[in-house]
Write a protein that binds this ligand. Structure first.
Ligand code: XMP
Length: 434
């Protein structure tokens, strides 16, 4: 392994992810482990240069204070103890609020006390992962559900580098993807990267299952369950697959709960697999934050349009074609979304606005076109900025840009005679409409 590592032992702090990021931003790799990780396990990890004991408000679990193994205090690792009232160092400071102070505290620890080398970079990460994947997989076969999203695309690129034709990717087109996405997956992975790619056209199957279903959660459940069914069918057609690769990333693991922190939300990557699919998991991105996943994708040669995509929900355009999905309204969502993305790119807003898309409701309004009455759908535009998707603000778009997008949508998208801009922040409006 090429990288030095600092281990953060979680003693109930809510700052762990921020600390790990700060250490990595100083060029040293860092991972978070539970407080009761045995000293023997720490010693078994390669290149551990120091330990950060990170205590905080969740330190009391079930009425008792958690602590590290006593032997950890006397082991010969440099220790940084922060906000940890019972530790030998009684003057343990709290984590600094400002990033500058945080970095200065950590920099002193990493380089003066631990003598760590600032050797955490994407190339070393990729080299290490390639070696680890080869060691884990051996000469066995690996299967990957390749949605075309950032995480699964980067996993695919990494596995192609590590085990080449032992990898089979399955791309399920459920008919709810954005314009051009299935084509891009085929172009990049099958044509450019020469991956074994099984392309499954399941459009009719999904739309038939969804026909007449208007309740949003019911729609989500159908899409999720059908996706697993299609994927399982493809998996069972293949012989001798032992491993399933997944694009699980570090926030999925952190948010799914640790020993001291409550789960923020259950991620279906973590623990939601069908039980009778007997695969071992390969999750090479599980220690990366999102921006690091993107950097990894770029280093592996993936196009920016794939790596810097805005977030896109699993149920796709299905939650933006409100109520019971019909093919014509779904097409209106897809076409108006493509226009919005094109105009945002031209206006230099791509990569600046966090998420932007269109919605087509299931009601019509009266309009006039070519001197005749028309009765057609509206398109709603949504463009928001957020850090964590828990709250969001609306992007103050230029009026001229709104007019231009409106003009294009009402002339180019079939069945649409009105365009609206949603000005509601979150709360109280969620980002999606369903
Ligand atoms: P809301 O609408 O809850 O969205 O404000 C917050 C973020 O989550 C995305 N989102 C989803 N992602 N499956 C997903 O994978 C879903 O069912 C889903 N619903 C919302 C949404 O696009 C936004 O980025």
């Amino acid at each position: 392994m090429k990288q030095d590592m600092i281990v953060i032992l979680d003693l109930g702090s809510t700052e762990n992810a921020r600390v790990a990021r700060a250490i990595r931003s100083l060029g040293v790799y860092s991972e978070i482990y539970p407080h009761d990780t045995p000293l023997a396990s720490l010693k078994a990890m390669p290149n551990v240069k120091g330990l950060v004991l990170s205590g905080g408000e969740n330190r009391v679990v079930d009425g008792a204070e958690v602590d590290v193994e006593p032997a950890v205090y006397t082991a010969d690792y440099p220790l940084l103890i922060v906000d940890h009232p019972k530790a030998p160092r009684q003057d343990a400071p709290a984590w600094p609020q400002s990033e500058e102070e945080m970095k200065s505290l950590l920099s002193d620890f990493l380089f003066e006390k631990c003598h760590a080398e600032a050797n955490w970079n994407m190339q070393n990460f990729i080299d290490d992962q390639v070696e680890l994947i080869r060691r884990q997989v051996g000469d066995k076969k690996v299967l990957l559900a390749l949605s075309g999203g950032v995480d699964s695309s980067v996993v695919a690129a990494l596995l192609i580098k590590a085990v080449e034709d032992q990898l089979t990717c399955v791309h399920v087109n459920h008919g709810l993807l954005r314009k051009g996405e299935p084509e891009q997956v085929v172009e990049v992975f099958r044509n450019q990267m020469k991956a074994n790619l099984i392309y499954v056209d399941a459009v009719d199957r999904f739309l038939d299952k969804l026909a007449g279903v208007s309740e949003p959660e019911q729609k989500r459940k159908i899409i999720g369950a059908e996706f697993i069914r299609v994927f399982e069918e493809e998996a069972r057609k293949l012989d001798g697959i032992d491993f399933l690769a997944q694009g699980t990333i570090y926030p999925d693991i952190i948010e799914s709960g640790t020993k001291t922190a409550k789960a923020v939300k259950a991620h279906h990557n973590v623990g939601g697999l069908p039980e009778d699919l007997k695969f071992q998991l390969v999750e090479p991105l599980k220690m990366l934050f999102k921006d690091e996943v993107r950097a990894c994708g770029t280093a592996l040669g993936l196009p920016d349009s794939m790596v810097y995509r805005q977030p896109f929900p699993g149920p796709g355009l299905g939650v933006r074609c409100l109520g019971a999905i019909t093919r014509d309204r779904l097409e209106a969502v897809r076409e108006s979304d493509a226009i919005l993305r094109e105009e945002f790119a031209k206006a230099g807003l791509q990569g600046k606005v966090w998420q932007y898309f269109t919605i087509v409701p299931d009601f019509k309004s009266v309009g006039v076109r070519d001197n005749a009455r028309c009765f057609e759908w509206p398109v709603i535009l949504r463009a928001v900025n957020t850090v964590d998707a828990m709250t969001a603000t609306v992007e103050p778009l230029e009026f001229a840009l709104l007019q231009k997008i409106t003009q294009r949508i009402v002339t180019e998208v079939k069945g649409v005679n009105r365009v609206l801009y949603d000005l509601t922040p979150k709360p109280c409006g969620t980002i999606e409409w369903e």
